[in-house]
Ligand binder design. Structure first.
Ligand SMILES: *[C@@H]1O[C@H](CO)[C@@H](O)[C@H](O)[C@H]1NC(C)=O
Ligand SMILES: *[C@@H]1O[C@H](CO)[C@@H](O)[C@H](O)[C@H]1NC(C)=O
Ligand SMILES: *[C@@H]1O[C@H](CO)[C@@H](O)[C@H](O)[C@H]1NC(C)=O
Ligand SMILES: *[C@@H]1O[C@H](CO)[C@@H](O)[C@H](O)[C@H]1NC(C)=O
Ligand SMILES: *[C@@H]1O[C@H](CO)[C@@H](O)[C@H](O)[C@H]1NC(C)=O
Ligand SMILES: *[C@@H]1O[C@H](CO)[C@@H](O)[C@H](O)[C@H]1NC(C)=O
Ligand SMILES: *[C@@H]1O[C@H](CO)[C@@H](O)[C@H](O)[C@H]1NC(C)=O
Ligand SMILES: *[C@@H]1O[C@H](CO)[C@@H](O)[C@H](O)[C@H]1NC(C)=O
Ligand SMILES: [Cu+2]
Length: 221
């Protein structure tokens, strides 16, 4: 029956939409409502509620991707208590500019862990006790999605056991990140002068942002 077939198809699509997208598992997300994940820059949550401690230096970020293949970019606002615009993810309040925390990369479905080091961004205001907001920008094929985590950077902070999935291998994504996240390499090189990902932060406006992100997805294929 054509009608019931299309009804079935429609409900499968609806089920997929409910199940789809991604979660930010560590550090603690500002909030998750799947339907609001497309709302920049924090998935529809505009106010900081919980702020958790997070290492200023070597740290991990964990997400769980519910799409077969997804493109991920991780940015951070440093020294800004409640960022609300993309320009605050690459510029400190004193005007210092910098690249993303994790450049563009591609991951398969399932949990993913990234090695990060905010101190390596070389920001004068990134100190013990500085507030920061980590922003995950994710595209699994159904548009840009956002999740934020509000943190206080603590030098040498050790994440208590049970807060992270200890058996995940964390990825280190370098500079231009032209390969899939399954390939790892040495030290992060988030230099603000030599990253194609920086092109992303120079794009102004959400529509350009979206098309560039789509372009990157195509580039990865
Ligand atoms: C969020 O903050 C804005 C101002 O920054 C305020 O107008 C709004 O009421 C706050 N929302 C909640 C739910 O607290
Ligand atoms: C804040 O964090 C605590 C502990 O993880 C949690 O129980 C609570 O629901 C969080 N509150 C909000 C508003 O996210
Ligand atoms: C930072 O990002 C904003 C918004 O994407 C952009 O307008 C601005 O040019 C970027 N600044 C730098 C220095 O890359
Ligand atoms: C960082 O700040 C925390 C909390 O204020 C403090 O306990 C710790 O001693 C500081 N660490 C360093 C290296 O200053
Ligand atoms: C960091 O954020 C908390 C609330 O989330 C705020 O109470 C505190 O004043 C902020 N610290 C700085 C140095 O702005
Ligand atoms: C990690 O641990 C969980 C829970 O113990 C287990 O279900 C999962 O299979 C493990 N994953 C890997 C890749 O070992
Ligand atoms: C990335 O992964 C996809 C799917 O597994 C594969 O088709 C593609 O060739 C990979 N790209 C690179 C650059 O490794
Ligand atoms: C990144 O891309 C830029 C521009 O294409 C290039 O000049 C630079 O050498 C690349 N850096 C790395 C580490 O591949
Ligand atoms: Cu989705």
């Amino acid at each position: 029956m054509k009608f019931s077939e299309s009804l079935l198809a429609a409900s499968l699509v609806a089920a997929a939409v409910v199940r789809a997208h991604f979660t930010l598992d560590y550090p603690q997300t500002r909030g998750l409502i799947h339907a609001d994940e497309p709302t920049p820059i924090c998935g529809g949550f505009n106010n900081v509620t919980n702020r958790t401690e997070f290492p200023l230096d070597a740290a991990e970020i964990q997400i769980n991707s519910h799409h077969t293949l997804a493109t991920v970019l991780i940015e951070v606002a440093v020294g800004i208590d409640d960022p609300s615009s993309f320009s605050q993810l690459n510029t400190t309040s004193s005007g210092q500019t910098y690249g993303p925390l994790v450049p563009f990369n591609q991951i398969p479905e399932g949990p993913a862990c990234y090695n990060v080091d905010i101190s390596s961004l070389g920001l004068a205001n990134a100190q013990n006790g500085t507030n920061a907001t980590i922003v995950i920008i994710y595209d699994g094929g159904d548009g840009n999605l956002f999740q934020c985590a509000d943190v206080t950077l603590v030098q040498g902070f050790k994440v208590p056991q049970g807060f992270i999935l200890s058996n995940l291998t964390c990825l280190t994504i370098t500079g231009n990140a032209t390969s899939n996240a399954t390939s790892t390499s040495a030290a992060p090189t988030n230099s603000p002068t030599s990253s194609s990902a920086l092109t992303f932060v120079q794009v102004s406006g959400i529509s350009l942002f979206a098309s560039f992100f789509l372009g990157m997805s195509v580039y990865f294929v």
